[in-house]
Ligand binder design. Sequence first.
Ligand code: NAD
Length: 424
Amino acid sequence: MKSVNPWEEARMRLESAAKQMDLNALLHARLAEPDRVIEMSLPITMDDGRVKTFHGFRVQHNNILGPYKGGLRYHPRVDMDEAKALAFWMTMKCAIVDIPFGGGKGGISVNPKELSEAELERLTREFARKLAPVIGPDKDVPAPDVNTNAKIMDWIRDEYETVTHTTAPAVVTGKPVERGGSLGRTEATGAGGAIALQSILKTLGRDPKGMTVAIQGFGNVGSHLARFLQKMGCVIVALSDSKGGLYIPRGIADLDAIERCKEQSGRIAGCYCVGSVCDLSNMESLGGKDIQPEDVLTLPVDILVPAALENAITKENASKIQASIVLEMANGPTTSEADEILAEKGTIVIPDVLANSGGVAVSYFEWVQNRRDEPWTEETVFKALEEKMQLAASKVAEVAQARKCTLREAAYLVALEKLSISSR
Ligand code: NAD
């Protein structure tokens, strides 16, 4: 199978949206390439005394709307083209959810699970020192993404402040709450996805109660989304991680127990929980079965949620997808070829640039709280998130209806319209 280049995919989305509107040629050119790309060598001393060099990336795609904003990913697959695509999607996302940030993204090509905590901290601090000249509260504000978290953001803030001799909590978002983070940031992407889904279902006249859901990826985004969907009355029937998954057609009741089991065993497969006991002995009584990672995508469910990495839904598996709704919580989970197959089948795809924009919305709220030195209550954060997500979803749905196009095409039109107005 030919691997799909995410940056080429992102460029194709831009070209197809540009064709549908009278996109100004200068703006088109500005969006077709990132403003700046930075590649860093990151040598560190490992615990055994050897020196090992890792590679880091930061892409600053566009800052028409405000400082570059976007996550840092630690994963062996991280490279410049992936970072460019993710940064481009951030530019679109910030425009759709209407926050004054541009698009950025970066990361390190590394499997952090192979590093000790001390090695991870040394690598992160080296990365922060190399990033320091190009990031800052008014320049570029990183955040967590795959395999990065609040602790890593705090190391970056600390190193940045040391290098620049400043106090600058707003240099990163997704920090620990006691170190300037926002209440609700960890759950924000999942919460925002649930609100986007609810808003789109409303326009379709469908009730989330009783709808069955399969989720690929049970990390930060997938695990919080699962809880919000359960609260809305959806029935979570399948969960997976990179090693495998489980399928319980009558529904997975206790997500906390599954999370504890995954933490202890390092995998989700086998986590059949009855009371405090989570193991294979309960599989039969729950009517469940273990599944391969790829099987989660093609189960007979109402809603499929890719919440792991890019290119999960491809032309090879798109025709086998049975869900009538795909809620894209991962960035770039559907290739453009797969997108066409889904559109032909009438599958409704709630696109990544809308569905997962709750994370960057609350990152913006965190940045505002830091700038004003004014912590918000959780209630204030979720109320503001709900307003932003509902507004973004209804704008996208309106454009889709008016132009008789897909939600993805509509989302890009909303983003490009906003960028056009702001760049005049
Ligand atoms: P995470 O590292 O917390 O979790 C990723 C999960 O995906 C893990 O459970 C991992 O095991 C799983 N996974 C990896 N490969 C898989 C495979 N082939 N099949 C099934 N599962 C697989 O990362 P996250 O922060 O939850 O991010 C997930 C996605 O959401 C990414 O695409 C990220 O860019 C996107 N996203 C994250 C945020 C955020 O706030 N964290 C915001 C917007 C978008």
